[in-house]
Design a protein around this ligand. Sequence first.
Ligand code: F6P
Length: 316
Amino acid sequence: MRIGILTSGGDAPGMNAAIRSIVRVANNHNVEVWGIKYGYKGLINEELIKLDNFIVDDISEKGGTILKTARCLEFMEESGIKKAIRTLKKFNIEGIIVIGGDGSFKGAERLSKSGIRVVGLPGTIDNDLNYTDYCIGFDTTLNTVLDCIGKIKDTDCSHEKTTIVEVMGRYCGDLALYSALAGGGEIISTPERKLDFDMICNQLDKNIRRGKTDNVIIITEKMYPIEELQKYIEGKLKISLRNTVLGFVQRGGSPSAFDRVLASKMGVRAVELLLRGSTEKAIGIRNNKIIHINFNEVNNERMIKEKEYDLLNVLL
Ligand code: F6P
């Protein structure tokens, strides 16, 4: 048997650990593994390389993805899918493992409708796939965010200042939420619990009046321009602030032990499923157990993590 792996969408720390696990487990079962470069683009353009145990040596500690990744609009069209299937047939690949987020899973589902066996591993720093407690990459990014905020806090504390920190997450507030739960910020605004400018000012004013003179306001990207918020607060409270957009710093870096182990365990399940002839499965972790569900059960409506937000009310 021959299988393929691709990483798609934004890179996430831990993708390499998943690749290593898949290659090692598959080779152990005498299954040949081909790496598809640049996500779905590589399937369309026939950019594949054979992977072996030697190539995946020492990659689990590396951030990014050795297979490279891309966002591929052509794959949204019927012609793109057809080209991809042609490539898979040409290379005799019977099943593929897609490592990526929401958009990558949609591509995976479309591909599986045309008879190719497909299994998905959730690899995204956003943690925006509801069916799994954690996506590969989220833990590492959360630690990176906390590390950056910790540094900002040292200066804020010394100068009694406030900084607005914008974190990634697309339309999911988990990075902001968990950063605040871990003690990274005093005020947070997320797509799930969005605060308007006045609410943020009132909260900040309250904090300053009670003697908390250094504050970090964590906001999820894409909600409002950070400079606008900064100017509004400065005008209203007559204080000067800084803003920091963490950007790609959050996606890079060596994966945490948690992400490496998670990725490795998910990789094992993916190979097992393909060996059993399964298809259209998304792998996840729930209550500390590796699980898989059908692609059509993956529901990406934003769910509010009520318990975590309630906890913030006590902690902040
Ligand atoms: O999905 C991961 C992510 O980093 C999001 O948090 C962010 O909105 C997006 O990717 C950025 O995409 P790009 O790599 O195209 O700038």
